[in-house]
Design a protein around this ligand. Structure first.
Ligand code: FEO
Length: 395
């Protein structure tokens, strides 16, 4: 394999998972990568490992450059298994290597892989490790996105290795941002933020401010998934700052499912009403778009309308799944409204409204229920609902 160099003596040694389509429930239509980095100096350092099914790739990539026995340190920036599940086998090959993690990382390693990891060296924010001509600085990043998460910064090369932060699930033969389609890159970065980090927006803002205040220059951001940001790292930092601040446009996302087409007709009429006000609309029918695709659209939208037919006095199961996911991720500063068809007792609109109220979502009232099949009068009401929500987010 062609060696991929980030800077002199710093290499990408990870793995490309071209065929991954489901990352613990998040759809990954473009696959992903598990990035690990090798730094050669007086002391040789491996930063992170890869998912255990790609252990052989990791070993092959490291071995092309260095005998794994000659590793002096293995840094574990994050214990989630897509990055650490090759560690137990790698530690056996790199038998002289000291493993470095945050304090919480050490605890998580023991929880995952047993007491043999109880003696790892722990570091905290501001700690440094001199490895020869280079210095590594560590920055803890708790809950970005696990308690153990931390960043490693290569001082002399100005390279930040923040593990999951700033990643994208994007398999590619390219390793750098300036080698891939920019639209696809930002689309995947947005999807990644929406589904992995959205809930943690305030912590993202705080961490970005902290790194800025530390005054560390960043020429390159080398995350643990996707391509490395070398062209203009501020592009993704600014995008994160905007997403974390809840910046949104005049856009409505209509997320719904349907049994016999009535809720679908309602959704289309609502969309027409919103479009008539010059607002951008995205439709996500939940058996065509999955939860993670819907959340990606919601990230930069000002309003979300959710539609469900009533089934067994409650929500349709796909809509229940979506709302469970959405209320967990708690998108910031959105206006929500609910609609749907019913046959006799109803219940879906009430159930959706209650679920959203419990987590404090702002709700446009009243919701809209239509019995059986919407007639022209009913469709006018749907059109009006679309218009009203569009008007509200346009002020
Ligand atoms: Fe890519 Fe939190 O693991």
């Amino acid at each position: 394999m062609t060696k991929v160099s980030l800077a002199k003596d710093i290499y990408w040694v990870g793995a490309v998972d071209w065929n991954l389509r489901d990352f613990h429930g998040y759809s990954t239509s473009r696959g992903t990568t598990y990035n690990a980095y090798l730094i050669l100096d007086e002391k040789n350092v491996l930063v992170d490992t890869v998912k255990h099914t790609f252990f052989d790739d990791l070993v092959a990539h490291v071995s092309e450059i260095l005998d794994p026995e000659k590793l002096d340190y293995i840094i574990v920036n994050h214990v989630e298994m897509d990055h650490s599940s090759s560690l137990p086998k790698m530690a056996k090959l790199a038998k002289n290597a000291t493993i470095i993690a945050s304090e919480r990382g050490k605890d998580a390693l023991v929880e995952h892989y047993g007491e043999e990891f109880a003696n790892v060296k722990t570091v905290k924010t501001g700690d440094t490790l001199k490895i020869g001509a280079r210095t590594l600085t560590f920055v803890e990043a708790p809950m970005l996105h696990w308690p153990d998460s931390m960043f490693t910064y290569v001082v002399e090369d100005k390279i930040l290795m923040p593990n999951d932060a700033f990643g994208q699930h994007l398999a590619s033969g390219a390793r750098f941002d300036d080698e891939v389609d920019q639209h696809i890159l930002m689309e995947e970065a947005q999807k990644y933020y929406a589904n992995i980090l959205m809930l943690l927006g305030p912590l993202v803002t705080k961490k970005i401010q902290e790194v800025v205040q530390m005054g560390i220059p960043i020429d390159m951001i080398a995350p643990s998934h996707g391509v490395i940001w070398r062209g203009d790292p501020s592009k993704i930092i600014n995008a994160y700052a905007a997403w974390a601040a809840g910046k949104a446009k005049k856009k409505i996302v209509i997320v719904y499912d349907t049994m016999w087409g009535s809720t679908d007709k309602m959704a289309r009429a609502i969309a027409e009403g919103a479009v008539s006000q010059g607002v951008e609309v995205k439709m996500c029918k939940l058996r065509a778009s999955d939860n993670s695709e819907a959340m990606t659209e919601i990230l930069d939208a000002k309003a979300v309308l959710v539609g469900s037919p009533t089934l067994n006095n409650g929500m349709f199961p796909t809509v229940g799944s979506f709302l469970t996911y959405a209320t967990g991720l708690k998108p910031k500063d959105k206006l929500w409204s609910f609609f749907g068809s019913f046959g006799w007792g109803g219940g879906a609109v009430r159930a959706m409204t209650e679920m959203a109220s419990k987590v404090g979502f702002e709700i446009h009232q009243p919701g809209l229920q239509i019995k059986y099949v919407p007639d022209q009068e009913d469709l006018k009401k749907c059109f009006e609902l679309g218009k009203q929500v569009a008007a509200k987010i346009s002020t």
